[in-house]
Design a protein around this ligand. Structure first.
Ligand code: HAM
Length: 429
């Protein structure tokens, strides 16, 4: 037999890593709870067409897609948003809005594996469906910030923009949607020269080209100064002006909410996914050069999938990358410090009673590992020490006759005889 390995781009999570991943997931669930987002579970496999329609070239080309045995073209989900839009366009179409929906799970993209970029990764995804108001956009940014804080991350920077600004200019200049998409794809990859060349080749005036160049260079942390300049630049393009206005309303709400969020506005910021229609954002920490989260407004997707015209805004947070950032920043997990107990039976005849005591402790929510290797007492205790257990419950015939067991504190190296009825309380201390 060959030596089997994980498939390229796929990883095993050993207990220490799995623990942090689950920790981040629990923080995401906590945020969902706090903001009133209800969890939904959508399939890992969807029709290729649903996932590809507005994915944008980058994601579309990297989908794990194949024909199933029935000849249908399907794909592993590269993101949650199309599944949510499908749900809203179909099963949930008659439900009162807004919906606050939350998903958590694995996604698949045939990305080139490198640090922070995997072929299987996890997202927590939040979608606020049914509102076109700036407070909805603000809520998505605020909850993303709550998650970053909850995960204990410091120095997060939110890069913010609005696809309506560049698209507004390009569509008023009568550039076809297809070309607009290609321009924004290039901008997403920071290939601004190529993007502007494409615009130029489409026959746009020098004046407009100069304006786009100015927009691409316009960025900074003084968010109101930048949006003011944005408006000055695009003044005579009505749609672009409305987009810049919308962005400043969203930013004002975020700033005036009192939450301290470090934001940086970039007028030439674009995201690879094609469904965005409004505000877009990504979250970075200084230790990593890839985004931890990305999101934005997509007001046309539900309609495209056959539903009513339904505005929506959302964000997906990369659980793997948040974990990586936590490791880089050496974040300490604030896990409940529950005691870990090993239960050891001294002899064959006390095993059943030792199992009964284990069940009793677990019923009191105490983590118990039962000694299953048949080791002698000294070896069993040595092993418990190696695994950093807090205490050992030693079940022997002599103590059992008194309704008691020996409780050994493995940290303090002390032992006492404790009545079984008081055992759980004594362990808790
Ligand atoms: P996205 O920017 O493609 O947006 O992905 C969101 C996050 O998923 C990224 O910021 C990153 O943390 C994580 N991610 C993406 N690809 C990988 C990868 N290959 N390896 C590890 N992590 C990765 C979306 O998926 C949109 N659906 C977000 C959204 C929701 N927009 C509106 N609603």
């Amino acid at each position: 037999m060959p030596e089997f390995r994980t498939v390229r781009g796929m990883r095993d999570f050993l207990p220490d890593e799995a623990r942090i991943m689950k920790y981040v997931e629990s923080k995401a669930r906590g945020v969902a709870e706090l903001y009133g987002y209800k969890e939904v579970m959508t399939p890992l496999v969807e029709s290729y067409e649903l996932l590809a329609t507005k994915a944008g070239e980058e994601v579309r080309l990297r989908m794990f897609s194949f024909k199933d045995l029935g000849g249908r073209m399907i794909a592993l989900r590269p993101e949650f948003t199309p599944s949510i839009a499908r749900l809203v366009a179909t099963t949930l179409r008659n439900e009162p809005k807004p919906f606050r929906l939350f998903c958590l799970g694995s996604l698949y993209r045939y990305d080139e594996p490198q640090r922070g970029r995997y072929r299987e990764f996890w997202q927590s995804d939040f979608e606020l469906v049914g509102s076109d108001k700036p407070e909805a956009d603000a809520e998505i940014v605020l909850l993303t910030n709550s998650l970053m804080n909850g995960a204990g991350l410091k120095n997060c920077v939110f890069k913010v923009g609005h696809v309506g600004v560049i698209r507004g200019v390009l569509s008023e200049e009568k550039l076809e949607d297809k070309v607009q998409n290609a321009v924004l794809q290039l901008m997403d990859k920071k290939q601004y020269e190529d993007a502007l060349r494409l615009v130029k080749d489409s026959g746009i005036s020098e004046k407009c080209l100069a304006l786009l160049q100015n927009l691409v260079n316009l960025k900074g942390n003084d968010v109101f100064e930048i949006t003011k300049k944005m408006k000055e630049h695009v003044g005579h393009y009505e749609k672009a002006m409305a987009a810049a206005d919308n962005l400043s309303s969203i930013l004002r709400l975020i700033v005036e909410s009192g939450c301290k969020i470090e934001m940086r506005v970039e007028a030439g910021f674009a995201r690879g996914l094609e469904y965005y229609t409004g505000m877009i954002f990504e979250v970075y920490v200084p230790e990593l050069d890839v985004a931890l989260s990305g999101g934005g407004r997509y007001d046309k997707l539900v309609e495209l999938f056959g539903g009513e015209s339904t505005p929506a805004v959302g964000v997906a947070n990369g659980i793997d990358r948040i974990m990586l950032a936590m490791q880089e920043q050496k974040v300490k997990l604030d896990e409940a410090g529950e005691k870990r107990v090993v239960v050891i039976s001294v002899g064959e005849e006390t095993k059943a009673e030792a199992l009964r005591i284990s069940c009793m402790l677990r019923n009191s929510n105490i983590t118990v590992e039962f000694e299953v290797m048949g080791r002698k007492m000294a070896k069993a205790l040595e092993d418990a020490d190696r695994r950093k257990m807090d205490c050992a419950v030693i079940v022997g015939k002599r103590e059992l006759e008194q309704g008691a067991v020996v409780l050994k504190d493995l940290k303090k190296r002390e032992q006492t005889t404790v009545g079984i009825a008081e055992l759980a309380k004594t362990i808790r201390g």
